[in-house]
Design a protein around this ligand. Structure first.
Ligand SMILES: Cc1cc2nc3c(=O)[nH]c(=O)nc-3n(C[C@H](O)[C@H](O)[C@H](O)COP(=O)(O)O)c2cc1C
Length: 174
């Protein structure tokens, strides 16, 4: 699959079949995540793979837009190490965003449906997620990714909007 096709095909899929996701596919998703660009190449990220039904159900309650995790066979929690390291300040949230999108695109190629569930920066969301996942203090949950084989179809699309593009200086048409 071409990258552009994967980007259009990637849609938020919130209904899944019961079929579990193979471990080798999960490993490929994690390799895709850790191929992402990272500020100063610090890679201040960790990935928690959740396939325990009880924990998935608990995660589905961390906020009101996470309900699809109740029907999902897998969740990957993308977490950041939210402290400065050496002389560099980590750009950990941006690094985690890049890793998250890589997982979504690789999953698309594998025929796996996903949803990006925002956790950071909301303090309430972070606190609830940390509690469910037993995260240590220096680890901040950035996003949850709900994954499963699709039980709904979404049309591929871009949402291209010419009005969002400027040329050389703000306000000039490209
Ligand atoms: C930062 C971020 C947070 C999101 N959080 C949620 C969420 O909590 N629950 C949810 O159902 N979808 C969530 N989404 C998915 C968006 O609703 C979805 O990407 C958007 O409606 C566009 O639809 P598409 O993904 O099918 O292209 C989130 C997406 C992003 C990028």
């Amino acid at each position: 699959m071409k990258v552009y096709d994967a980007m259009l095909k990637r849609r938020s899929v919130r209904k899944y079949t019961d079929k579990p996701i193979d471990k080798e596919h999960v490993e490929l998703l994690l390799k895709a995540a850790m191929a992402a660009p990272s500020g100063h190449n610090l890679r201040p990220w960790s990935f928690l793979v959740v396939d325990d039904r009880e924990t998935l159900d608990e995660l589905s309650e961390v906020h009101k837009y996470a309900k699809m995790l109740k029907g999902a066979p897998l969740c990957i929690a993308v977490c950041g190490e939210s402290y400065s390291e050496g002389r560099y300040q980590t750009l950990w949230d941006q690094d985690c965003a890049a890793a998250t999108e890589n997982i979504l695109l690789q999953a698309t190629e594998l025929g796996i449906g996903t949803v990006w569930l925002g956790i950071y920066p909301s303090e309430a969301n972070r606190t609830r997620t940390k509690k469910v996942l037993d995260l240590p203090d220096h680890i901040t949950p950035y996003a949850l990714i709900s994954l499963g084989y699709p039980a709904e179809e979404k049309e591929p699309r871009t949402q291209y909007d010419e009005s969002k593009i400027h040329h050389n200086k703000w306000g000039n048409k490209y």
